[in-house]
Design a binder for this molecule. Structure first.
Ligand code: NI
Length: 197
């Protein structure tokens, strides 16, 4: 398929910051990944530079989302470039994310493969609500809101989880966690200490 056949990328709050450098990805088990991150209160050049590094790291690792703790920074922020159920991509940056999920009869679970760049090479089914919205602030402190279904819904939930110190392994049964660990260990040689730099 040629590029012109692809639907336009949605960037409702502007494009992702570019010009950053990919950094090694922090792995599960590192302390910063397992506690809530510090809220963003100062929206300055340093924050923008961090977001640009996160974007570069996400693309270098072929990911669809990345939280600051995944490059070792204790900052409640994530970036994403992720398709929804129709394949249409949305890009954005969210500081201090707050998630809204469907409730009652609106709440439908979608069981699909999930993986995490901080536990690379492993994917197992994880049940999540099939739609999500996230609100927070952008890089200039302006209010932002993103919503979607499909992989985008999963991504918004997964990345918000990261800012709260939760990894998706925390949401799995012991059996599935074991399966995930086996895949991860088998693929470990492909993802060296400095991956994806
Ligand atoms: Ni992750």
């Amino acid at each position: 398929m040629s590029q012109s056949d692809e639907p336009p990328v949605l960037a409702p709050h502007g494009p992702l910051p570019r010009g950053g450098s990919a950094r090694p990805i922090t792995r599960w088990g590192t302390e910063v990944m397992h506690r809530p991150q510090q809220p963003v209160t100062v929206f300055d050049d340093a924050l923008r530079a961090l977001a640009a590094d996160m974007v570069a790291t996400m693309y270098a690792a072929d990911g669809v989302g990345l939280a600051a703790c995944q490059i070792g920074e204790d900052v409640a922020m994530f970036v994403f470039d992720c398709p929804d159920a129709t394949g249409r991509r949305t890009v954005g940056v969210v500081c201090n994310p707050r998630l809204t999920l469907p409730e009652g009869r609106e709440r439908q679970l979608d069981e699909d493969l999930e993986g995490c760049l901080s536990y690379p090479g492993a994917f197992v089914d994880c049940a999540r609500p099939d739609w999500a919205a996230v609100e927070g602030e952008g890089l200039d402190g302006e209010p932002v809101r993103f919503e979607g279904d499909g992989l985008l819904a999963r991504c918004l939930q997964h990345e918000t989880d990261h800012t709260l110190g939760t990894v998706f392994g925390d949401r799995l049964s012991t059996k599935l966690r074991k399966k995930l660990r086996k895949q991860h260990d088998a693929a470990a040689a492909e993802f060296g200490e400095h991956w994806p730099t």
